[in-house]
Design a protein around this ligand. Structure first.
Ligand SMILES: Nc1ncnc2c1ncn2[C@@H]1O[C@H](COP(=O)(O)OP(=O)(O)OP(=O)(O)O)[C@@H](O)[C@H]1O
Ligand SMILES: [Mg+2]
Length: 278
């Protein structure tokens, strides 16, 4: 494969044998009220099953809005989003959205927070128990199953939120700057964890981040948005996710020509010309 093609913004070079699971088609979002805000403008993106897409863009460009529309929380004012060919009309457990700050129920234990969704879906008790234990183990919190959120650190709370997002085994996981509030060390651990989960379970992920290195550490494809109203201004294949291991070897990958070039191209796009408002 010619790696340089990954440096061409706008090109739809991504080839996947997998079917398109999410199709965002000419999405427009205009918030109403006195100060009408044009937030998304003609945003289109096809997401293939098993992709890990990281979305970068200037603050206020409409990234959270985009994710809320895909989750089914917000209705767009134009265009459409379909999942497996069917229009998204509301929230359902096929897609979960994880926020920057963990939104746990403070009065419930870690276990009960994770069990909440499956119980709401009236899953049999034994099946709930098996799943909750499995996902708490996956995020390394087996010993803290009984702990309430106030007894957990920020990183641990975010891991509970992650287990809760995964426990329904959704086809699509949407993450809005999920590691933004974490310290660098916990952040790296969470990145390694989410990457391992993605590899093992072959979910489809859409993750928003402000951090180009985070995007390159995780994504199979990086999508760059312009300043508001958010348009798609660049798309890059990024297969560093596999060589990156969460260890010292990462440094060698980050020093490689390919990595440096791709990083620069993405930053240029965000900082200059295309990335700025028209
Ligand atoms: N409920 C709302 N009503 C009116 N305007 C809104 C609403 N939500 C967001 N906006 C506006 O839409 C624009 C995009 O907001 P959004 O939160 O999607 O941006 P973002 O890219 O996620 O920003 P950040 O990187 O800072 O999180 C902003 O100008 C914001 O003021
Ligand atoms: Mg946001």
């Amino acid at each position: 494969m010619d790696k340089s093609q990954g440096l061409t913004p706008q090109s739809r070079f991504f080839r996947s044998d997998e079917a398109v699971i999410l199709s965002v088609d000419r999405l427009q979002m205009r918030y109403g009220g006195k100060r009408a805000v044009e937030t998304l403008d003609d945003f289109s993106l096809d997401v293939h099953k098993g992709e890990f897409i990281c979305i970068l863009g200037p603050s206020g460009c409409g990234k959270s809005t985009l994710l809320s529309v895909v989750a089914g929380i917000l209705r767009p004012t134009g265009g459409s989003v379909t999942m497996n060919g069917r229009p998204i009309t509301g929230m359902d457990w096929h897609r979960t959205l994880m926020f920057q700050s963990p939104t746990l129920y403070p009065w419930l234990s870690a276990y009960d927070n994770v069990a909440f969704g499956p119980r709401m879906r009236r899953m049999p008790r034994a099946a709930v128990d098996e799943r909750v234990r499995r996902y708490l183990e996956l995020v390394g919190l087996t010993e803290f199953a009984a702990a309430k959120p106030y007894e957990l650190s920020g990183g641990m709370k975010q891991r509970v939120a992650l287990a809760r997002a995964l426990v329904s085994e959704p086809s699509v996981i949407l993450m809005d700057e999920p590691f933004g509030a974490l310290d660098a060390f916990t952040r790296t651990n969470m990145q390694v964890l989410i990457r391992d989960i993605w590899r093992k379970h072959n979910n489809t992920l859409l993750l928003i981040t402000h951090d180009v290195d985070e995007a390159l550490a995780l994504a199979s494809r990086v999508v760059v948005m312009s300043a508001r109203p958010g348009r798609l201004v660049g798309m890059f294949d990024a297969m560093f996710s596999h060589p990156l291991t969460g260890t010292a070897e990462d440094d060698a990958v980050r020093a490689s020509d390919e990595y440096v070039k791709l990083r620069r191209a993405i930053l240029n796009l965000i900082d200059t010309g295309e990335g700025k408002n028209r």
